[in-house]
Ligand binder design. Structure first.
Ligand SMILES: [Mn+2]
Length: 473
């Protein structure tokens, strides 16, 4: 519930905004006419003339979580602040003051925020200016792309996740406008996690050796992503002129030259800027791109430990429902070999979820290790308490299972199900089994074998699981 002192222009506007957000609002004023206006928008009102005497009879000040003090009389405002802060230590109090000179004294008296016309207007102008520049840039990007048939996006040498995801975002926007787009880089993508990211997100970047950099001349338009000029790349030629520059690094103005320059030095990542374009162009962001962009923001802000802006938070908020959490998890924890990674990615794509159980059949693998890593990973899924991963090594099927369910002793379930067919064992939270494929040797086709083995194992597993849940084992 919110309380507003003053039903004048500001009080009315605040009341209206709060009502639109579904809040209960109580407004106090000495003017009957003003009160009937706020009553008209659904607020509860009380008539008080604080200039005569200050009492709040009939109002339980402790019941309000937000209190806005905005009468036209500064002395009344100060008096109201002192009294309500005394009666309610928890509420958020926002007060209106005639100028910035009053801020410190009002804060001392207990105001959480002091609003002054000079500061508010300056802030509105700045916000509007930034917004207008951005909307102009957005129109400009559309104009440039609509005139182009082909676009080359250049990332800095040894590109990082921010550069790669941002480049892919721009490619997505350009391709949406039917522009043929390729992404280039010089140097190397060395970091294991970055290579993994490209593999998993199924991205395609073209490395240009220095002696072939002339191919960039064949493109109608050139864009630089996550770098402000050509000094960060080894693949530029002296004739190359960028048309688009989108970046977040601070650079001196004279070094930047392009038709569209969108450089926001305060923003934590170029991926944040690209997310705003995707959002405002209304372009569908698939889970690979969303995951990549979010990872780019996390890396460049060092998981929000470095400086960032509200825009970065807005971008994360926009991307969050679109990402693939398992992919992000793998990209963030790259200390695994690329073979294991293939198994993990198979485990994710083949997973089948039944209630709180997840089963995945990954087929032929090279190590048992990769199966247990897959089972660990799948157990991290939201709402999942038991994971089971099936794989084949040579002529044996291997099963790796995990449980964080306090009523399911996974070792009991696995032993009960598979010990007769082979070997099985484990503990309350993890278990494994090994079964000879002799019984399935009638099929020559590897794919058919993988499917039959997987289906048989899951059937048996579920039968025992039901017994376990009933308490029969
Ligand atoms: Mn960056």
């Amino acid at each position: 519930m919110s309380l507003i002192f003053g039903a004048g222009k500001i009080g009315y506007a605040v009341a209206l905004a709060l009502k639109k957000r579904g809040k209960k609002v109580v407004v106090l004023d000495k003017n009957m006419e003003a009160l009937s206006r706020v009553e008209g928008i659904g607020c509860k009102t009380y008539l008080f003339d604080f200039t005569k005497s200050f009492n709040l009879i009939g109002i339980d000040i402790t019941s309000f979580r937000e209190i806005v003090i905005t009468t036209s009389n500064h002395k009344v405002n100060i008096e109201a602040l002192k009294i309500v802060r005394e009666l309610n230590k928890e509420a958020l109090i926002i007060i209106n003051a005639p100028s910035s000179d009053h801020i410190s004294i009002l804060k001392k008296l207990g105001a959480d925020f002091v609003i002054t016309p000079d500061r508010s207007i300056a802030q509105i102008i700045i916000n509007q200016l930034e917004l207008s520049i951005y909307w102009r840039n957005k129109d400009l990007l559309k104009k440039i792309l609509s005139k182009a048939k082909s676009l080359a996006i250049i990332m800095h040498d040894n590109p990082d996740p921010d550069a790669m995801s941002s480049a892919y975002a721009l490619k997505t926007i350009a391709e949406d406008m039917k522009v043929v787009t390729d992404i280039y880089y010089g140097g190397d993508i060395g970091h294991e996690g970055n290579k993994m990211m490209i593999d998993l997100l199924k991205w395609n970047f073209k490395k240009i050796p220095e002696h072939r950099k002339y191919i960039l001349k064949e493109y109608d338009k050139i864009a630089l992503i996550d770098m402000p000029n050509l000094s960060n790349t080894s693949i530029s030629t002296s004739e190359l002129r960028p048309d688009i520059i989108i970046d977040h690094h601070y650079t001196e103005g004279e070094k930047i030259n392009a038709e569209l320059v969108d450089i926001r030095p305060k923003v934590g990542a170029t991926a944040t800027i690209m997310t705003s374009y995707l959002r405002d162009f209304n372009i569908e962001v698939n889970e690979q791109l969303a995951t990549g962009l979010l990872y780019g923001i996390l890396v460049d802000t060092d998981n929000f430990k470095r400086s960032f802006e509200k825009e970065d938070i807005d971008a994360v908020y926009y991307l969050k429902p679109k990402i693939n959490k398992e992919l992000l998890n793998i990209i963030e924890n790259p200390n695994i070999s690329s073979r294991t990674l293939e198994v993990l990615s198979k485990a994710i794509s083949n997973k089948k979820i039944y209630d709180k159980f997840v089963i995945s059949n990954v087929g032929y693998v090279e190590t048992r290790e990769s199966l247990s890593q897959s089972a660990d990973l799948l157990l991290k899924l939201e709402g999942i308490t038991v994971s089971l991963v099936i794989g084949i090594i040579e002529d044996h099927a291997y099963i790796s299972a995990r449980s964080r369910d306090h009523i399911i002793d996974i070792s009991k379930v696995i032993t009960k199900t598979f010990s007769k067919m082979g070997s099985a064992g484990g503990h309350m939270n993890f278990a494994a089994a090994k079964i000879s494929l002799g019984a399935f040797s009638y099929t020559e086709d590897r794919d058919v074998l993988v499917r039959i083995v997987g289906d048989t194992i899951s059937d048996y597993f579920f039968k025992t699981l039901k017994l376990n849940i009933k308490g029969s084992i």
